[in-house]
Design a protein around this ligand. Structure first.
Ligand code: CP
Ligand code: NVA
Length: 301
């Protein structure tokens, strides 16, 4: 595995390998066992959007692996003034051992990988959020002891999270049901990918997607960069909320996960959020363990 650009690039075996390594790294961390597998290596972290979890978990994770994380705000870099990504990629490849990037366009991440010569990790684009979904799969596996055959439900915007969850969960053998309003459906390339799976369902009815769910996901109605559409989206997404009624359609022991940040009383009620806060914050913690596994896979010897 050279890069982590999107879930579609990973095989089921690679996903399982990452999750198994994440389990090992989590065990080593919790038991005080040294795991400096990236000793002496440097990771550049380019952020063109805000972040709490991604920044802190990559930075801490790199430190725990014996390496050095370098925070690079695009506003302070020449890339923010128009220096081409092709040049940035070739320059940074001379200094660093890997790059994590959070940006808008997926093509920018793909170009970094194309023109640079070091591993690139996608820390979120408008198209996808693979690091989050690996942490999500890790969390579901911890709680349910398996992934294969579980019923997954996603309610809300067909955004970066939906795109990565659909691909990641299908590859992991889960049955995937997604409820999105018209005009806010997942990316056409993702819908094309689902054509090979008869265990995928896309509906406009949230209760239908939630039926017999083992795990339910949602995400904000307006993502980073869409702040100007927030009011319009509040109307479009009315009813696309994880609440008690939705939970009554799911299995009684169903999990609820949210990548965070969450907007209470929009995509999820405060009540359901708090009832499932244990698994939601375990999910946030697992960003650290899953990403350490990704870094070791792409930057390790
Ligand atoms: N879930 C997630 O990626 O959080 P941040 O935006 O805080 O990094
Ligand atoms: N869909 C959200 C995810 C945040 C982690 C966004 O892109 O803002």
């Amino acid at each position: 595995m050279k890069h982590l650009l999107k879930m579609m690039d990973l095989s089921t075996e690679e996903i399982t390998d990452i999750l198994n390594l994440a389990d090992q790294l989590k065990y080593e961390l919790k038991h005080g066992i040294a795991h400096d597998y990236l000793k002496g290596k440097t990771l550049g972290m380019i952020f063109e959007k805000a972040s709490t979890r991604t920044r802190v978990s990559f930075e801490t994770g790199m430190y725990q692996l014996g390496g050095y994380p370098l925070f690079l705000s695009s506003g302070d870099m020449q890339i923010g003034r128009g220096e081409p990504v092709q040049d940035t990629a070739r320059v940074l490849s001379r200094y660093l051992d890997g790059i994590m990037i959070r940006t808008f366009k997926q093509s920018e991440v793909e170009d970094l990988a194309k023109y640079g010569s070091i591993p690139i990790i996608n820390g979120l684009t408008d198209f996808c959020h693979p690091c989050q979904v690996l942490a999500d799969l890790l969390t579901v596996r911890e709680y349910k002891n398996k992934l294969d055959g579980l019923n997954m439900c996603y309610i809300g915007d067909g955004n970066n999270m939906a795109n990565s969850l659909i691909v990641g969960c299908l590859k992991a053998g889960m049955n995937v049901s997604v409820a999105c309003p018209d005009g806010y459906r997942p990316d056409s390339s993702v819908l094309e990918f689902t054509k090979d799976y008869d265990n995928f369902k896309l509906t406009g009815v949230p209760m239908e997607a939630a039926a017999d769910a083992d795990v339910l996901f949602t995400d904000v109605w307006a993502s980073m960069g869409q702040e100007g559409e927030a009011e319009k989206r509040k109307i479009a997404f009315k009813g696309y909320q994880i609440n008690d009624e939705i939970m009554s359609a799911a299995h009684s022991d169903a999990m609820v996960l949210h990548c965070l940040p969450a907007h209470r009383e929009e995509e999820i009620t405060a009540k359901v959020f708090e009832e499932h806060s244990k698994e939601i914050f375990d999910e946030a913690e697992n960003r650290l363990h899953a990403q350490k596994a990704v870094m070791v896979k792409v930057m390790g010897e």
